[in-house]
Design a protein around this ligand. Sequence first.
Ligand code: CA
Ligand code: CA
Length: 422
Amino acid sequence: MRQFLLTACLLGFLWGTSAQITPVTNTAFYPYGPGTPDILDSAADDGTSGAVSLATAFPFFGNSYNDLYVNTNGDISFGSAVTGFTPTPFPVTGNRVLAVYYTDIKTSNGGRSGYIYRRETTDAAILARATTDIQTALPADHGSFVATWVYIATWHDVGIFGASGDGHNLRNTFQLVLITDGCKSFTLFNYDQIQFLQGSTNSGNGTSGTGPNPAQVGINGGDGIHYSLHPYSRTTDLYTLPTWTDPAVPGPPGRWVQRTDLALTGDGPALVCPTGFREIGDDLCLKPHTQPLDYDAAIARCAELAPDGRLFNIRSQAHNEMLIGFLQRFQTRTGRGRGLWTGLTDKAAEGTFEWEDGTAFDPEGYTNWAEGVLEERQGGQRDCVFMKKDDGWQWNIQKCETRRERNAFICTAPKAPVPSEC
Ligand SMILES: [Ca+2]
Ligand SMILES: [Ca+2]
């Protein structure tokens, strides 16, 4: 009997009062709490786990981190604890944080008002589940992803700071799962129960759990620029997180999936010019193509070189001036008489010019026609405009598919997310 009591006491000591909790059965949630190797953090207000060393560095917004902090106020951070109780709107400088439900949470009302569990794991069943979850959620880009490491943090039945009256009964349960293969990384934000929007600080109401500054849900890269926000962040829609389904991402209700190894700009990834294209000005990506091709082949070649690649349309004096350097290179590398396709053509309707990218041609706007060209060379099968080297790069017109008079050209393509090395 004494032995039994000793064992019971020891278990009670190890688990605190956690043996009383029943983990939720929400299908979005990974196993946590009693029955798992989870660590249970002490009851706290604005507390933190302190630095937790990781067996695998977690890639996050272009860096990787060998430790993390699980913090009372509904977040995991890298580099330092993030325990402030005010959810300053992202982006903010300094905080590298995964804000799964960032508001003034307190787990120490009346001794215990909630349980924060955490563990890292390489358990085979968990890795298999994480692998399936990412492959299912993001099949086009990550259909062959294989998880090698997972971290699970769960805020179970947590209460608010400044709870009063019925506010003591308001509890939220949510979970943050970090997944990586050592190169790519992803996070799952899982929600089971949301009964309060915010704590009583920041003008909140400790009885109703409402107020003008609801919890922030999102990811902040820490450079003041890169971040991502859940569409319900800082709104009363937070109450419906447990039933929300991302229309673009297959998965169980109550889950938000984000990739986290790349830097994000605003609500999307950082954008760069495609490989082989050079950035001109703030947002143009150009690639000169000195091998002359006929008009249709030039268009096809641009489409091959990059997603959404197309013939660059030289339709302004600014474009012309900007391209002087390119033109000088064409001058030396392309054959005698070769020119440069401008992207202007009247092949669809004789006499009606339009740009290849679909924009209308404004004859009153910028033009650079060689003298007499429109009168002498517009008719017949001459439908494609090129900049003729021998005429000082003025505009001329020729057949689009003349073998002897193929032209060089410039391709352009939109910026795209940074290519992953993973
Ligand atoms: Ca707090
Ligand atoms: Ca014509």
